[in-house]
Ligand binder design. Structure first.
Ligand code: PLP
Length: 443
């Protein structure tokens, strides 16, 4: 069991062990268990098993060598004792209903080329209506193996090489690849942030960019990494601009089901106007129910021609088949995952609160940006870096090699990312607690 009192000298959990409930009783009486640490080391998990080699080879060893070894601030911390809080998947087992559906499908033993199973689209429609009050008809839905294949296909389908595609940095960095890899022109419309560190869109600049001929906008809603849940007025203003300048909106809504209490998700599909009719809206059960490795997602296009062109581009990129396991998992998730999700959200909210409080009490110069949605927290280290005249690279190195805590480096999210780190809060509180203990020691 993890020992919080002495957690700086304790490993987050020995292999095969579970953590106990820890760091205060923020959320009680939950039938689903988000406190148990299920060890993913040795399961080919990108988060837990990938140790890119660094110059001195320390991280590539992957073996602390002989018996339990405990991290110390003397570092470097062995690769398999690092706490990875970077890649955006969760350390929680998925809803048991999904596992049961997968098991039932696997038991059949035949995995031939497949269609979407009966009830697949109806499950998507019902979930979107139930959770968000969005009306979608089954015929508007196309399934795909991941949201990024949809984004990339949309760039192919609705722009020509050399044409401009707008992104709003700091943003999920594969958006940049989706534009650049296809020879399109990347146009930055950086987010603005106010005194309190709250982000908003720069609509005046966006209008200028639309006027200058941008063809497509890649919207991230809610926004990863800044954890903003865009308000209806903001999105309607955006949709009005897109309609005025005939710009296509591709809205990546993969994080839309993880919204903190007090905030409300608005989909592009809630809005009005021609830009909404021609929009490409993607969603997935992957973040929501922690099944991203299963790579199942959906795209909703109300306009028939838009849908046809997107489908053709998906097909041209080799994404024309249905994965029978992905479809089974998604159907179960959308039909039966509500209770699990209803418990996940307060757990994440409590983790976000715990993180904020620990940062306030334990370190100076680090601020957590208001956490409205998603399970990634955006941490502002700029005062800390300025005080110590430290670079982003030195901070990253210190966190990873000396604290043994691997965060997502702000600069990787593009303009506006310098001075920030992204921390994935979807982990048992005891693990978060240990990561913060370690950070406190080196910061
Ligand atoms: C905003 C956003 N879009 C897309 C993805 C990846 O989606 P997929 O794995 O379905 O391609 C992520 C994963 O972190 C994400 O944060």
């Amino acid at each position: 069991m993890i020992n919080h009192a002495a957690s700086r000298s304790g490993c987050f959990a020995a292999r095969g062990e579970s953590t106990s409930r820890g760091a205060g009783s923020y959320t009680d009486h939950m039938p689903y268990d988000f406190d148990t640490f299920t060890d993913r080391r040795g399961t080919a998990s990108i988060k837990w098993d990938w140790h890119p080699s660094e110059s001195n080879g320390a991280e590539a060893s992957g073996d602390a060598g002989g018996g339990p070894s405990y991290p110390t601030a003397a570092g470097p911390i062995p690769a398999d004792e690092q706490i990875p809080l970077w890649v955006a998947d969760m350390d929680f087992t998925c809803p048991p209903q999904i596992t049961a559906a997968l098991r039932a499908r696997v038991d059949h033993g035949l995995f031939g080329y497949s269609l979407e199973p009966d009830g697949y689209r109806e499950a998507v429609v019902s979930f979107m209506q139930r959770r968000h009050g969005i009306g979608v008809s089954p015929g508007d839905i196309v399934s795909a193996e991941g949201v990024m294949p949809i984004v990339r296909a949309a760039v192919d389908a609705f722009t020509e090489p050399g044409e401009g595609v707008v992104v709003q940095p700091p943003v999920y960095f594969p958006f940049y690849m989706a534009v650049r890899d296809k020879g399109r022109r990347l146009i930055y419309n950086p987010l603005l942030s106010d005194e309190a560190g709250r982000y908003r869109m720069n609509l005046a600049e966006l209008e200028q960019q639309f006027r200058n001929g941008a063809r497509l906008l890649l919207l991230c809603s809610p926004h990863n990494p800044v954890a903003r849940v865009w308000r209806r007025e903001e999105l309607q203003a955006l949709a009005d601009l897109a309609a005025a300048y005939d710009v296509r909106i591709v809205s990546d809504e993969i994080h839309c089901d993880v919204i903190m209490p007090g905030y409300e998700f608005t989909s592009v599909l809630h809005l009005e106007g021609p830009a909404v009719e021609h929009a490409v809206v993607s969603r997935s059960p992957s973040k929501t129910f922690n099944i991203p490795g299963i790579a199942e997602s959906q795209v909703i296009c109300r306009d028939r021609e838009t849908r046809k062109r997107l489908k053709a581009a998906l097909g041209a990129a080799g994404h024309a088949l249905t994965n029978p396991l992905g479809a089974a998992a998604a159907t179960a998730a959308y039909r039966e995952g509500d209770d699990w999700l209803d418990e996940l959200i307060p757990y994440l909210e409590a983790n976000a609160r715990y993180l904020r409080e620990r940062l306030q009490s334990d370190v100076t110069g680090i601020r957590m940006v208001r956490h409205e949605g998603t399970f990634v927290a955006w941490l502002d280290f700029r005062d800390y870096l300025a005080a110590g005249e430290m670079s982003d690279a030195a901070l990253k190195d210190m966190l990873k090699r000396r604290a043994g805590v691997w965060l997502s480096d702000g600069p990787s999210f593009g303009p506006g990312g310098a001075g920030f780190q992204r921390l994935n809060i979807a982990t048992p509180r005891a693990v978060l607690s240990q990561a913060l203990d370690r950070m406190k020691e080196v910061l």
